[in-house]
Design a protein around this ligand. Structure first.
Ligand code: MG
Length: 290
């Protein structure tokens, strides 16, 4: 099952992409895709409900805006340097344990929303990533059981302002958390859609030129390891997002480095998780509303 959220920002309604590829509105099910839904077997209950009600759900035109396919996310935990060639292009060592950092949830946006280059940002960069959505509370989970805690997977662009991240001291979080820096979707692919998450092609283009093209088979730390590892340090809650790291081909690693400028079109995709597209624009001060 592929879950989508349709409509204007902060006013999205839940939907599903049917096996025929049709977008349908499932508001009549009565629940948004949040932690309550996920932790109360929402995916299974929705699947059962659709057997009875799919035919009567309103069809949605596939030109409507998509929001993030998960609502009220409590945290985004990112894994850094999880592909060897990317660690090398970043001038960093291949880590012996997963490198973790946070990304503010206020950075979340729809998959095709504009990327806003932040005020003072001159080194905004792209990072296509496979992200995991947690289904149930996970604390001190073993690697063997880790997959049982996963609702599914989403496409994520872990946008990064390299000057904020790497040149201004402190933690990476500053360069990872600007508004619009976490477009996710188009849809949440429930686990059964992705039988082998460790064998997916992922790619990213800027203005049609391929920048990243790799496979999740190159992940240094695999998904059970990542979920188990993070759960030793914090409790993962339903709806939490874990982004598993980006492969080789970011702007930072180019010679000379290449960063995003207003008007650039960034497109990305992962096998089985669809594709997304962001247009870059410069930050604008909100108009004075007094
Ligand atoms: Mg990343």
């Amino acid at each position: 099952m592929k879950l989508i959220r349709i409509g204007s920002p902060d006013n999205e309604r839940p939907g599903v992409i049917t096996t025929q590829g049709t977008w349908i509105d499932v508001s009549a099910f009565g629940e948004d895709y949040d932690s309550t839904f996920l932790s109360n077997n929402g995916i299974q209950r929705l699947r059962a409900w659709l057997r009875e009600h799919e035919a009567s759900c309103p069809v949605v035109a596939p030109i409507e805006r998509l929001g993030p396919p998960v609502s009220q996310v409590s945290k985004i935990v990112c894994v850094g340097l999880n592909y060897a060639q990317h660690a090398k292009e970043s001038g960093m060592e291949v880590p012996s344990e997963p490198v973790l950092f946070f990304k503010a949830t206020s950075a979340l946006c729809g998959p095709n929303d504009d990327l806003v280059i932040p005020q003072g940002g001159e080194k905004t960069d792209w990072e296509v990533e496979l992200a995991i959505v947690i289904e149930k509370k996970a604390s001190y989970v073993s690697e063997q059981n880790a997959m049982d805690y996963i609702a599914g997977y989403v496409l994520h662009n872990d946008y990064s302002e390299r000057a904020f991240q790497l040149e201004q001291g402190g933690q990476w979080v500053k360069g990872k958390s600007c508004d619009t820096f976490a477009p996710i979707g188009p849809f949440l692919a429930c686990q059964e859609e992705i039988p082998d998450p460790h064998n997916l092609n992922l790619w990213l283009t800027v203005n049609g030129e391929t920048m990243q093209h790799s496979s999740t088979s190159d992940l240094i730390f695999d998904i059970p390891h990542i979920v188990s590892y993070i759960s030793q340090y914090m409790t993962l809650l339903p709806g939490d997002i874990i982004s598993t790291g980006t492969p080789f081909g970011v702007g930072l690693g180019m010679n000379p480095p290449r960063y995003i400028v207003p008007g650039d079109i960034i497109e990305l995709g992962i096998d089985g998780l669809g594709r997304s597209r962001q247009m870059a624009k410069a930050y604008e001060q909100p108009s004075n509303t007094q």
